[in-house]
Structures are given as structure tokens and as C-alpha cells.
Design a protein around this ligand. Structure first.
Ligand code: LMR
Length: 394
């Protein structure tokens, strides 16, 4: 049977994790995969998560099946966190899913059931895993203009002009905050215009909300999603708890459906649950129960928010330090955009030859398109990193 297969290409982001691990140089720096790291270079288990786990361990009574939609308390807590009162909940349905990726997968399958072969418009560029998830679901992927390689900001006029040409039946994939891979994000005023365009054209917004709280704050980062939901009849949201709760390997996410009315929401949800049952039957509980426990307990929630604030502040500080170091050393403002970007990533706009040179010569690892994970910058080595960037670009 397997002789009919040829080798599939490896995943560029995950392959880099292996390459980095195999590099014996003690001075190596990992700016690759998008995981948060602390000053020690460790991806820590948050203290609120540890406490929630202890509570779960002490109080847990059963490991029986959860049901296809997953942990109900978790679902309600995620809706409160992400959407608050931006929309009438009678039109909203949620199903827990394995990570942001699992959520994207089941929602793309749902889109293909509703409109087989529909076009999903993704930003240019986007997280590379968006394309296979959509294509493997039977959908067609096209891009809309997004990143301006000259300014390292958003080409907003071109983006909006492209959105304005879309119509009902088109799906527009938007990054709710902390754009991956670029780090360039829409302002609130730009979100207002995107929302108005979607309301005008009838295209379906599909929001990937993987980094809530990693940009400017929990409330600030939810602005775009809530704004869009307040003006459109239908939407899809893939939520991830990987980054903001540091639960990467627990695979905890949620697929959210917003429909025109409660009756259509029920129908769409029944299809979603049917997709899940036919794929992995039902989700695992541990990560979802951790998030539920934290969000329902005032003390744990406050502790979690403080930890999240600290992580976000560290990323912003590292951005400011790196861009200031490059500015001082090069006497140029060319890399000031690093301080303006938000979230874990910045797309530096370096040619692949420079990326490879940095890896080979300095042991600095970043994704081939020159995306860096700012959380991977060791704070005491910002100067070394700035020197390495400047010398590689000469
Ligand atoms: C990333 O973009 O590095 C993360 O979202 C991890 C992944 O699965 O690619």
C-alpha cells in the first residue's frame, strides 16, 4: 500500500524546532516557533494553571466522556472572555476543539458543507498552516493584500479595496489580533472600516483568535472581533488557549459559530457536532477544565491576568530594546517597526540568505521568511542580536 506514497514535505516551523535542539552551540538563540519564553528561555507553566490543576486533581470525580461539544462551563467562559456582550448569545454556538488548529479545521469543514469549494481569502502573508487546513477541507485559498514590505505595516487601502470586491459566499480569514507572521495589526479605526466592508458585501468573516491578550490587553485585543460581530449577520471564530494560558500541548481551543438567528445557529451547530463526531468523536478535557477553573474563580482569574500582563509587558519591552539597540548601532530608524508591532512575531523582511547566514554564523534561528518570535530574545543578549542582524545584512 505505502509504495504509492512519496515523502511529504516537513513543516517549516516545527522542523526548525528540531534543528535548533540539535545545535550544540551554547550561544544559540531560538526566535523560531511561536511559544512564549521567560528570562530563562523556558516556556513556563503559569502559576494560575498549576493551581487550577491541583484543584482539578483534588476535586475530580470522573473521567467519563464529555460530549461532542466538550466542556460546557469552558464554552461559556470562553464566550464571556472573547465576546462579552458584543452580541446576542442566542445566535452564538460554541464547541470545544483541540487547539486553535483543530478549531480552524472543524470550522473549515463546516464552511465546505455549507458552500462546497468556497473561496477562503487569507492575508498575504498568513500563518502557513491556514492554507493546508482550508485546502484539505475542500476549499480554495486566495490572498488579499496585507503586509507592506516597505513600511512593515499594513497596506490598508489595498486590503480594504480587495475586501470591497468580495461577496456573499466568500470567506475572509482575519487575524483577530497579533498577526502571524507579520506582527503588523489593524488599528481600531481600520477594524471599523473592515467591519463596515464585511457588512456591506456579505462576505463571511472567519476570525482566527489565537493570541488574545498578547498584543495590547485582553479588552484591546478583542476590539476587532467584537466590532465585526456587532455589524455582521454571520461569522466564525477559532479561539486558542495555547498561548494566553500557556497550554500548548494540552490542545485546547474552541470553534464558535455566529448565525443569523437561533434556528440557523442550531442547524449549523448540529453540522459542526456531526463533523466532530466523524473526526475525533469528542475533545479531551484537561486543558478546557483548567481554563474553566481559572475563569470561574475570581482569585485564579486575577492571578492569570497578572501573569498574562507580565508576559505581554516582557514582549513589548524586548521589542523596544531590540529596535532601540539597532537604531543606536546603525543610526537608522529602519527597524523601529519592531517596537510598533504587537504579539509574538515580527516579520523582518530579510532575504532568506540573511536568515540562513544568521543561523549558520550566529546560531540565531528564525523562520525562513524572516519571522522572529520576540519572546525568544534573551534580554541580556539584545545587543549581541542587534550586532548579528546588522553584520548579516552588510
Ligand atoms: C507558530 O506560528 O509558530 C505557532 O502557531 C506554532 C505552530 O503550530 O505553527
Amino acid at each position: 500500500m505505502f509504495e504509492t506514497l512519496s515523502k511529504a514535505p516537513g513543516d517549516k516551523i516545527l522542523a526548525l524546532m528540531g534543528e535548533y535542539a540539535a545545535d550544540p552551540r551554547p550561544t544559540k538563540i531560538d526566535l523560531g516557533v511561536g511559544v512564549y519564553k521567560d528570562e530563562q528561555g523556558v516556556t513556563p507553566i503559569m502559576s494560575s494553571v498549576k493551581k487550577a490543576e491541583q484543584k482539578i486533581l483534588a476535586q475530580g470525580k470522573t473521567k467519563t466522556y464529555l460530549g461532542i461539544a466538550g466542556n460546557k462551563g469552558y464554552g461559556a467562559a470562553v464566550l464571556d472572555l472573547a465576546l462579552a456582550d458584543s452580541i446576542d448569545r442566542s445566535r452564538v454556538r460554541i464547541a470545544q476543539a483541540p487547539g486553535g488548529t483543530g478549531s480552524l479545521w472543524v470550522l473549515m469543514q463546516l464552511v465546505n458543507r455549507a458552500k462546497p469549494g468556497a473561496t477562503v481569502w487569507v492575508s498575504d502573508p498568513t500563518w502557513p498552516n491556514h492554507n493546508p487546513i482550508a485546502e484539505n477541507s475542500g476549499l480554495v485559498v486566495k490572498t488579499y493584500p496585507y503586509f507592506d514590505t516597505a513600511t512593515r505595516g499594513v497596506k490598508f487601502d489595498q486590503m480594504l479595496a480587495a475586501l470591497d470586491t468580495m461577496g456573499p459566499g466568500d470567506v475572509v480569514l482575519l487575524h483577530g489580533c497579533c498577526h502571524n507572521p507579520t506582527g503588523a495589526n489593524l488599528t481600531n479605526a481600520q477594524w471599523d472600516q473592515v467591519a463596515a466592508s464585511l457588512a456591506r458585501t456579505g462576505a463571511l468573516p472567519f476570525i482566527d483568535l489565537a493570541y488574545l491578550g498578547f498584543g495590547d490587553g485582553l479588552l484591546e485585543d478583542a476590539y476587532g472581533t467584537r466590532k465585526v460581530l456587532s455589524v455582521v449577520p454571520e461569522a466564525l471564530i477559532a479561539f486558542s488557549g495555547s498561548k494566553n494560558f500557556g497550554l500548548y500541548r494540552e490542545r485546547v481551543g474552541a470553534a464558535i459559530i455566529v448565525a443569523r438567528d437561533a434556528a440557523q445557529a442550531d442547524v449549523a451547530q448540529s453540522q459542526l457536532l456531526n463533523i466532530i463526531r466523524g473526526a475525533y468523536s469528542q475533545p479531551p478535557d484537561h486543558g478546557a477544565e483548567i481554563i474553566r477553573t481559572i475563569l470561574e474563580d475570581a482569585e485564579l482569574r486575577a492571578e492569570w491576568e497578572a501573569e498574562l500582563n507580565m508576559m505581554r509587558a516582557r514582549m513589548i519591552r524586548l521589542r523596544e530594546k531590540l529596535s532601540a539597540a539597532i537604531r543606536t548601532k546603525s543610526n537608522s530608524a529602519d527597524f523601529d517597526f519592531i517596537a510598533d508591532h504587537r504579539g509574538m512575531f515580527s516579520l523582518l523582511g530579510l532575504p532568506n540568505s540573511v536568515v540562513e547566514h544568521l543561523k549558520a554564523t550566529n546560531g540565531v534561528y528564525m523562520i525562513g521568511d524572516s519571522r522572529i518570535n520576540v519572546a525568544g530574545i534573551p534580554e541580556d543578549r539584545v545587543d549581541d542580536l542587534a550586532d548579528a542582524f546588522l553584520s548579516a545584512m552588510k
